[in-house]
Design a protein around this ligand. Structure first.
Ligand code: ZN
Length: 404
């Protein structure tokens, strides 16, 4: 390659180099080469080629070169697994590779490749193609757009919400006006939503998506909540079942919250609603827990596919329960408002704080990873460990066994 670019004098092209009058190079180029290059010229070019390669290598730092080699190996391995050509690579192949990198998680459930690492991986692929004199597939708009999208997504990834422990939850629930009208109507709904998030470890979208028939009264367990599938959804035949257990006391009893709210939804008019609210004895179970009398509702009240958590309208004098369900966002806002009303600072918290709080409180009370995985419906133990790392540094930590 270098031999063709190196200007040669005609004299050098002559067999034996005997011509004394140099012929212009352009004319000489028209002649077919009649003999191989002289050995000493060949050696010189080889040396120059080595020098140029050495210079090229020094344009990259040793670290960058190592990163490029590693990036290329990773890309080659990806192509091999998926039976794709790495060199030259089609831009679509590079897009798939970027997508693959974006979804890889480490053992803590966090992204394995940062955006910077993804960019470096692409630089390695580009470098290899350019050195081979091939078109750079990473320069394609489809590839650069994907990386920009990933960077944006990662930048807006919300910070994990702080957990709300049992004491926090009780403080919020106790600050509500339960046995007055009209405030008691939304208080009943909000208390149930909070127990679904804390005891049920439900995500806000899961809580908002529940229907009346997602709930099942259970004589021994309290209430079973079918999450992720309604009875109408036959495709999803294996719904997760979450348990809301009877509370030791009515103040920690999620089934009581179920009974109170569903009874209010069933109230035919304002008078009946008021009667229910004023009759509430908050220190007595109304959930049918063994030895506490009948519950306020029965299984027949949970037959409908209407939304469980519904929007409420309330002014100073009256409250109404709408037909349509609440949104996950509304539950989030509700929690922050209730926290502020309870005199707590809601920044750094969200509806997810209830789920995070479930994990954290359960771990502090000695729950095993397996138990937490079941309650939170996690498939991987690593996800639970992320919560431990952030919120429970003392959990399963030998420092607690030093006898201090
Ligand atoms: Zn109860």
């Amino acid at each position: 390659m270098m031999a063709q670019q190196k200007p040669l004098t005609t004299a050098q092209r002559q067999p034996g180099g005997l011509s004394l009058v140099p012929i212009p190079l352009q004319l000489a180029a028209l002649r077919p080469p009649t003999a191989p290059l002289e050995p000493e010229i060949d050696d010189e070019l080889r040396e120059l080629e080595a020098v140029s390669q050495n210079l090229e290598i020094h344009t990259l730092s040793a670290n960058t070169r190592r990163a490029y080699v590693k990036a290329w190996r990773s890309f080659e391995a990806f192509c091999q697994v998926h039976d794709l050509d790495p060199l030259p690579a089609h831009p679509e192949t590079v897009r798939w590779y970027v997508a693959w990198m974006s979804v890889q998680m480490d053992e803590n459930g966090l992204p394995r490749f940062s955006v910077a690492t993804v960019r470096q991986g692409l630089a390695g692929i580009a470098d290899r193609h350019l050195r081979e004199g091939l078109l750079d597939p990473t320069g394609h708009r489809g590839v650069s757009g994907l990386v920009r999208g990933l960077a944006k997504l990662r930048a807006t990834r919300p910070v994990r919400k702080r957990p709300l422990l049992l004491d926090d939850v009780l403080r919020i629930v106790r600050s509500m006006d339960h046995d007055v009208y009209p405030a008691g109507v939304s208080a009943a709904r909000d208390e149930l939503a909070i127990w679904l998030g804390f005891a049920g470890a439900l995500r806000r979208s899961e809580a908002a998506g529940l229907q009346l028939n997602s709930l099942e009264l259970h004589r021994l367990d309290g209430v079973h909540v079918h999450v992720g599938a309604s009875k109408a959804d036959q495709d999803n035949t294996l719904p997760d079942i979450v348990v809301l257990p009877f509370g030791e006391t009515p103040s920690t009893c999620a089934p009581c919250a179920v009974h109170r709210w569903v009874a209010l939804m069933n109230a035919v008019d304002r008078r009946q609603t008021m009667t229910l609210l004023f009759a509430y004895q908050l220190d007595e179970h109304v959930c049918g827990k063994a030895g506490t009398g009948p519950g306020l509702i029965s299984s027949a009240d949970l037959m409908s596919d209407a939304p469980l958590l519904r929007a409420t309208y309330r002014n100073r004098k009256s409250a109404r329960i709408h037909e349509q369900g609440v949104t996950g966002d509304a539950l989030h806002t509700m929690l922050l408002t209730r926290m502020a009303e309870a005199g707590m600072n809601p920044s750094a918290y969200g509806f997810h704080s209830l789920r995070a709080g479930h994990v954290t409180q359960a771990r502090r009370n000695g729950a095993s990873t397996e138990e937490i995985m079941r309650a939170g419906r996690w498939r991987k133990a690593e996800t639970v460990n992320v919560y431990d790392r952030e919120f429970n540094p003392a959990a399963r930590n030998s420092v607690m066994r030093l006898g201090l």
